[in-house]
Design a protein around this ligand. Structure first.
Ligand code: ADP
Ligand code: MG
Length: 368
């Protein structure tokens, strides 16, 4: 196992043509862990990774490796001196070099063969050393690229959407394989992705990024179950949103009262729930299930559409109380006909309560 390393980005800012793309961003890669930088396209992920690699340089802030400053406004250690492995989506193997030669490319000195063979063996390509890239499948090429990046035994691996060129069926297997190898090598990893499923699958910690900033960081379980705001919740799945207004530290909704002790009177409130956490009940002569403290008050709607998606069924309802649409997801097959009356309740332990994001947006634009 190689030495594990701690890479720190400290208050990094990067501006292109007057536009701040990375905005005072701080991030620590824990040794031996996979950190996923997750966010929508254009939010500054690749720029952050390129600064960590040293192929781009920040305008402000510093990069540290094991407590030592490797880049600030005075010094800039070049990428090849950083013991950092890089892997990109278009991993570009050299077409005229064999698999073994591709892997050996980044290694210095003589006597490379045993190291090359060991790493090819590790990625399951020991029998492919004499083949050329065009003779390999996409998944095999990806493994060669991984072997090439790992051959110099980097302490830190930076990966920018490395799986997005692979087709879906290959991808899951290769992700898991790659993760196993990186874990065994004890490499500290920064993996950039715009796909929440990929981040959930790979990460020890997810850093959720938006507009050049990290908005939330934590273990996948915590980010999914304790999102910081509506957008953070909505990044991981579709969400239903019920609106209300805080009054006397509570907010009244068609699904009963919600306690909102932290919100001032007249604050607009958004109550967010994922489709799989809405509870569905049948209609019994116009009556729904009983009101309970855990599920609140049920509200009735009529089915507008039901779709079977394999693992789950999605049921859309037009709610009696205001005609708005809510979507519930049920494991397995549940395909009620249009206009079937059903009752929904909101499990209180699964709801996220936020001050209205529109209000936040108005406030922050007023402030700037
Ligand atoms: P992401 O990887 O999250 O999709 P990027 O970091 O690639 O985002 O880009 C963030 C923003 O910075 C984009 O608007 C992009 O156009 C801009 N940008 C990135 N690199 C450059 C560059 N070299 N020159 C000018 N603008 C750039
Ligand atoms: Mg990118």
């Amino acid at each position: 196992m190689s030495e594990t390393a701690k890479l720190v980005l400290d208050k990094i800012t990067r501006t292109f043509d007057g536009q701040t793309v990375v905005d005072d961003l701080s991030l620590t890669l824990n040794p031996g862990e996979v950190t996923c930088l997750l966010g929508p396209s254009g939010c500054g992920k690749s720029t952050t990774l390129r600064i960590a690699a040293g192929v781009d340089r920040q305008d402000r802030g510093q990069v540290l490796l094991d407590g030592r400053v490797i880049s600030d406004d005075q010094h800039h250690m070049p990428p090849e001196k950083r013991s950092i492995g890089l892997m990109f989506q278009d991993f570009a193997l050299f077409p005229h070099l064999s698999v073994a030669q591709n892997v050996a490319y980044g290694l210095k000195g003589s006597g490379k063969e045993p190291a090359v063979m060991a790493i090819l063996d590790r990625v399951g390509l020991a029998d492919y050393s004499d083949k050329y890239p065009h003779m390999l499948s996409g998944g095999e090429q990806q493994r060669v690229a991984l072997a090439r990046a790992l051959a110099p035994k980097p302490n830190v691996m930076l990966m920018d959407e490395p799986f997005s060129g692979l087709d879906n069926r290959l991808r899951d297997g290769i992700r898991d394989e790659t993760l196993n190898i990186l874990k065994e090598e004890g490499t500290s990893v920064l993996l950039v992705t715009h796909e929440p499923e990929e981040a959930m699958r790979m990460a020890d910690q997810i850093a959720l990024m938006r507009g050049g900033k990290i908005v939330q960081i934590g273990a996948p379980y915590n980010i999914y179950n304790n999102p910081k705001d509506r957008a953070a919740a909505a990044f991981f799945s579709d969400v239903n949103v019920i609106e209300g207004v805080a009054q006397n530290f509570q907010t009244e909704t068609p699904f009963g009262l919600f306690f909102t002790p932290a919100l001032h009177d007249r604050t607009d409130v958004e109550i967010v729930i994922r489709p799989q956490h809405l509870k569905i009940d049948f209609d019994r002569n116009g009556k729904g299930p009983n009101v309970t403290p855990t599920d609140g008050v049920p509200a009735r709607g009529l089915v507008t559409r039901a779709r079977f998606l394999g693992n789950e069924s999605l049921v859309e309802l037009r709610m009696d109380y205001d005609g708005s649409t809510l979507t519930a997801s049920i494991p397995g097959v549940f395909l009620p006909k249009p206009d079937t009356p059903l009752w929904l309740s909101m499990r209180r332990d699964r709801c996220f309560v936020f001050p209205c994001s529109k209000q936040n947006a108005a406030k922050s634009s007023a402030a700037s």
